[in-house]
Design a protein around this ligand. Structure first.
Ligand code: ADP
Length: 328
């Protein structure tokens, strides 16, 4: 009911709509309308209520609930069920709980703030309140567990396309980051539950520094992190950006479901790679190697060449990639 009242208010934005009219259209009592209007006010919607005139929506808050995002959503199943939180420990943790308790494919968890956001290997991911996009998508694809890493490439391509559509050029730093001017603006964390040859579910976490300012970042990441706001000088409309990401994600992920491959995502990752052609340092379980990144293959693996000319594949897993002279 709250959603329907909000929709009526939005359809009549900046005009009064009387309690009588709402009550007739939605077949609900005037008392109930008052109750829901008050809830909306508490959520941050600016509504003027005047007796005998009714209610008028003046402004919608910058929040990422389903009602706000769905206006821009073109998807069939990705993001059609959204669990929205003001604050949560980690959207990936919540998404894993939901996936386990049989929540279906495409469910999305979004939080305004994460108190325990994580990157790979348990590294901390800074997620300040209302500054970014902190979300996780539940997926249950029919793929082998060793193919799970491909989903990170799908997410990276979707984020790249969405940010590109709002007019910002980024690069994809294989396997799981998006960068601008060599600094990280987005990180992706894909986690899975499965057995040796059976995948139960996947959770793809996407963290984007949208409206973060330099003072919002913890000092230790000032040199490697940036935000869309810092790079463009403009306030980012987070709800539109989230919907764009989910729209592109569904389109690219359908390739995997329908054709069994993620070629179109890999193409985006390859054409906009921050690494291909560069000398990089790979770190895997404490071991370091300097190589040149030369390609990304159709499986989404990084192809590298060492100083002796030997060519090998790197599987994303837990490898960290750094530029020889900086983050990229
Ligand atoms: P890697 O950089 O090796 O790919 P992860 O993908 O695991 O590492 O990301 C975690 C790292 O990202 C942290 O150790 C920290 O350096 C950095 N970081 C944490 N929060 C943010 C953020 N909001 N924006 C950019 N970088 C961040």
């Amino acid at each position: 009911m709250k959603e329907q009242i909000l929709k009526l208010l939005k359809d009549n934005q900046n005009e009064f709509i009387s309690g009588q009219e709402i009550s007739e259209q939605l077949k609900v009592s005037r008392t109930a309308i008052w109750k829901y209007v008050n809830i909306l006010k508490e959520e941050g919607y600016e509504i003027e209520s005047v007796s005998r005139k009714g209610h008028m929506l003046l402004a919608t808050p910058d929040i990422l609930n389903y009602e706000e995002i769905s206006e821009y959503l073109d998807t069939k199943y990705i993001g059609r069920e959204i669990y929205y939180f003001d604050s949560i420990n980690s959207t990936n943790i919540k998404a894993k709980e939901l996936a386990y308790s049989s929540e279906s494919e495409g469910t999305v968890v979004i939080a305004e703030e994460q108190t325990n956001g994580r990157g790979r290997l348990g590294r901390k991911w800074s997620s300040p309140n209302k500054k970014g996009i902190w979300m996780s998508i539940v997926l249950k694809p029919q793929i082998e567990p060793q193919e799970a890493a491909k989903i990170t490439q799908v997410a990276a391509a979707a984020v790249w396309k969405a940010i590109n559509q709002i007019g910002v050029k980024t690069q994809i730093k294989w396997p799981n980051d998006i960068v601008i001017n060599g600094k990280k603006v987005c990180g992706i964390l894909t986690e899975m539950s499965g057995e040796l040859n059976r995948l139960n579910y996947l959770v793809v976490g996407i963290g984007i520094n949208a409206n973060t300012t330099i003072s919002d970042f913890p000092e230790e990441i000032n040199d490697i992190a940036t935000s869309l706001r810092i790079e463009t000088g403009k306030e980012i409309k987070r709800k539109e950006l989230i919907a764009l990401i989910l729209n592109y994600f569904e389109e690219l992920y359908n390739d995997l479901k329908n054709n069994g491959n993620v070629y179109s995502s890999i193409k985006v990752c390859k054409e906009n790679s921050a690494l291909i052609g560069k000398d990089v340092r790979l770190t895997l379980r404490g071991e370091e190697k300097e190589v040149r990144a030369i390609d990304i293959n159709e499986e989404g693996e990084l192809i590298v060449q060492d100083s002796e000319g030997n060519i090998s594949k790197v599987i994303s897993g837990e490898v960290s990639v750094r530029g020889l002279y900086g983050y990229v």
